[in-house]
Design a protein around this ligand. Structure first.
Ligand code: ANZ
Ligand code: ZN
Length: 723
């Protein structure tokens, strides 16, 4: 027999599946209900995907293959989050247009995913930088504009001096640009915003209706930061407080450094005591909370007490008052989403400025507004598209047909990803972003898998879903939450337990692993290494161990089939149950461990029938699809193992047969023994005889007699012949 050779069998079966169009999405029906299993689509950067990126992709593949075998129609698509700064920065450095470098990267990523045998429906592939896609991103922008949810205003914006662009609040981490780490400064700029704050309460309320990790839901809730309290005027300064009853003790007012009145007002009146109190400016008062101004109540608020001590301010103890000053108010940490970017490689904002008619949306029939190619990418703080000669040619106001100018900013790439899951249900539609019946058929996404993006993508996508729901594009059955279940994979760390990075020289690529061991080993190892949600280092020895396991399966499978022994029958039945349940709850590692235990037993007994081999191969199929297909075909099957039904586990009692033994004394039945067929120990001859002699009626009949002969016919009878 030849050796297990993944380099030969993996491409062979991939080609066969492709020819058979196995990964096409079948129509859901009453008997074959839908499941939508989605990965967070990747950003095709210049680097290759490393093994850490693959964990989620392998998990959704195992899950999707399992669901298909369970009789579901599974939508499992893949695409590219293709716009974004790195491609543009690369263009600035090298002169290679972003369009070219991005598509080269996409080709590399696609090839890497295909190499792993991931069962995506490639007919549905989408690319957000394709005009057929961003036409609809622009259309959605206009929809929001028409709904009063998109507006332009001059506002202090987060500005990254290095990237030379504005950033959303969500892209500023600890005061620094999330991408390059440069401290962010505030700059007054005219910017487009989406009114996500109008959905703040619904974004909180919906969190109770989705099956997401608790920590993710909590982080979203805190980010939205709803607080109930009062707005109270201390002269010209309005403060926000959650404890209005403490106002008698308010001994000073503090403004945030960016408050418009900071440094301008020195003293105000406490409306409850009518006393003059001083006004300070300090960083402990945050811009984004309430009004950016507080009343300092050092007797009851710890932060205020610290501040008062530092500045030698009085600590006034006063009784709580129930008199009402000011008005009840709810404040949020969430701010409207700043979506305009002064960069090139994104979807142009489809708006036209006319002095007379102000902002007008580009008429739908003129979409997409294409990205011009006659552009010098170098960032100057103004949008590079502003320097295109072609972009403004012949532009007139859609309303009065007078002279007008296009908006030259592009959209934040998070706008592209806020609706891509909707496009997958109908990716080639030329007339709508997706047909209503396709939306109804597939949404919501049943299982969404990916890491990070807690308060960016995952919040923005929920916002879009609510807007589209309100606009009538999603029916009641779809609802206004896009992702029913969210699973977040842990990080795969380098062998040195550090985050994989070029800097540490600890990056492991799937390409190298596949070359050494094959895709099936790589897949199985990633599922085996640790629980899905936890961070875990790559372990070179464990990969080799998993590879030996795969080899053992291959070698066992070419042995002569024999009737399965009872112990193995029971173990296999348990395996069917366990692996199914574990896949459903994303406990892939324990599923693989159970398969290993089974293989140990199989090796020991070497007795597994043809039918039971088929069962075992079916269980392997979601994890090691190529090997399973190979073994399946070696059993003489001409069809695909991936189109078989998942085996049905039997109740334990049905699997364990009972061996009934008549116990006779001199040919007369005196008792019947019942022993489980799996209990090999109890079925041994000496054990059976001892048990038989101990039966009450047998013992009575044997009392005082000498046993001349004991006849034992396994599975049938024991006869004691006495003198
Ligand atoms: C007076 C007061 C008295 C307050 C008291 C609290 C306790 P929590 O409590 O976390 O929900 N606050 C208001 N705006 C702020 C800002 N921009 N930056 C920092 N702190 C701000 O937060 C609400 C409280 O945080 C508010 O109620 C206010 O202090 C403070 F015994 O007002 B309180
Ligand atoms: Zn006009």
């Amino acid at each position: 027999m030849e050796k297990y050779d993944p380099a030969e069998i993996e491409p062979k079966w991939q080609a066969w599946w492709k020819k058979k169009k196995l990964d096409r999405t079948p129509e859901p029906t009453g008997e074959r209900p839908k499941k939508y299993v989605l990965d967070m689509y990747p950003y095709p950067s210049g680097a290759v995907l490393h093994v850490g990126h693959m964990e989620g992709y392998v998990a959704t593949d195992v899950f999707s293959r399992y669901l298909r075998m369970k009789g579901f129609s599974v939508l499992h698509p893949m695409g590219w989050d293709a716009f974004g700064l790195p491609a543009e920065n690369y263009a600035i450095k090298t002169g290679v247009p972003p369009d070219q470098s991005t598509h080269k990267n996409i080709d590399t990523f696609r090839q890497q995913l295909k190499m792993l045998g991931l069962s995506y429906d490639w007919d549905r592939e989408i690319d957000t930088s394709d005009p057929d896609y961003y036409k609809w991103t622009q259309w959605l922008f206009i929809l929001l504009f028409k709904m009063g949810l998109a507006y332009k205003k001059k506002a202090p914006a987060n500005w990254c001096p290095s990237c030379e662009t504005v950033l959303a609040n969500e892209q500023v981490v600890d005061g620094k640009c999330e991408r390059c780490g440069t401290p962010v400064v505030q700059k007054d700029l005219d910017q487009w915003f989406f009114k996500i704050t109008a959905y703040a309460d619904r974004l909180i309320e919906g969190l109770d209706r989705i099956d997401w990790p608790k920590s993710t839901r909590l982080m979203q809730k805190n980010w939205i930061g709803r607080k109930e309290g009062s707005l109270i005027k201390f002269g010209v300064v309005e403060v926000f407080t959650t404890r209005p009853e403490t106002i008698l003790g308010a001994a000073f007012v503090v403004l945030s450094p960016n408050h418009p009145l900071a440094g301008k007002v020195k003293t105000v009146t406490n409306p409850a005591t009518e006393k003059e109190i001083p006004v300070f400016v300090d960083e402990y008062v945050l811009d984004e909370v309430g009004t950016g101004a507080i009343m300092g109540v050092p007797a009851y608020d710890q932060r205020d007490l610290v501040f008062a001590k530092k500045h030698n301010l009085p600590v006034v103890e006063a009784k709580f008052t129930d008199q009402v000053y000011g008005k009840k108010a709810v404040t949020y940490h969430l701010r409207d989403w700043l979506v305009s970017r002064q960069r090139y490689w994104g979807a142009p904002i489809p708006m036209i400025w006319c002095e007379k008619c102000q902002w007008q949306p580009v008429p739908e029939e003129e979409l997409p507004v294409r990205l011009p190619t006659d552009v010098d990418f170098r960032p100057t703080g103004e949008s590079p598209i502003g320097r295109s000669a072609s972009f403004q040619r012949g532009v007139v106001c859609p309303n009065c047909h007078g002279p007008a100018r296009r908006e030259v900013d592009t959209m934040d790439t998070f706008v592209d990803s806020s609706w891509y899951f909707l496009r997958f249900v109908d990716p080639r539609n030329k007339k709508e972003f997706a047909a209503k019946n396709e939306i109804k058929k597939w949404l919501p996404v049943d299982t969404y898998v990916g890491g990070g993006h807690t308060v960016q993508h995952l919040l923005f996508a929920r916002f879009f879903e609510k807007v589209l729901f309100d606009a009538g594009y999603l029916g009641k059955s779809v609802g206004d939450e896009p992702f029913s279940t969210l699973k977040v994979p842990g990080w795969i760390l380098g062998p040195d337990s550090r985050k994989m990075s070029k800097r540490w020289n600890n990056v492991i690529t799937p390409d190298d692993v596949v070359e050494q061991y094959g895709a099936d080993t790589m897949r199985l190892y990633e599922m085996f290494m640790a629980p899905f949600e936890v961070d875990k280092p790559w372990n070179v020895n464990s990969v080799a161990g998993v590879h030996r396991f795969v080899n053992r399966i291959y070698n066992l499978s070419v042995q002569e089939p024999k009737p399965t022994d009872d112990a193995l029958t029971i173990a296999l039945n348990r395996l069917v149950q366990k692996v199914g349940a574990d896949i459903e709850s994303f406990k892939f590692n324990t599923a693989v461990a159970a398969m290993m235990e089974f293989v140990n037993l199989w090796e020991k007994s070497a007795k597994l029938s043809l039918a039971d081999r088929e069962v075992f191969i079916k269980i392997l199929a979601p994890f090691v699809p190529h090997l399973a297909q190979e073994l399946w075909s070696r059993l003489g099957r001409r069809d695909s193992v991936h189109q078989q039904a998942w085996p049905q586990a039997k109740a334990e009692a049905e699997v364990i047969e009972t061996v009934r033994l008549a116990v006779c004394v001199n040919g007369k039945t005196r008792a019947v023994l019942e022993i489980g067929s799996h209990d090999k120990e109890a079925l041994k001859e000496d054990k059976v005889i001892a048990m038989a002699q101990n039966q009450e009626r047998v013992a009575k009949n044997l009392a005082g007699k000498k046993i001349l002969k004991t006849v034992y016919v396994p599975g049938k009878i024991i006869n004691f012949v006495t003198a």
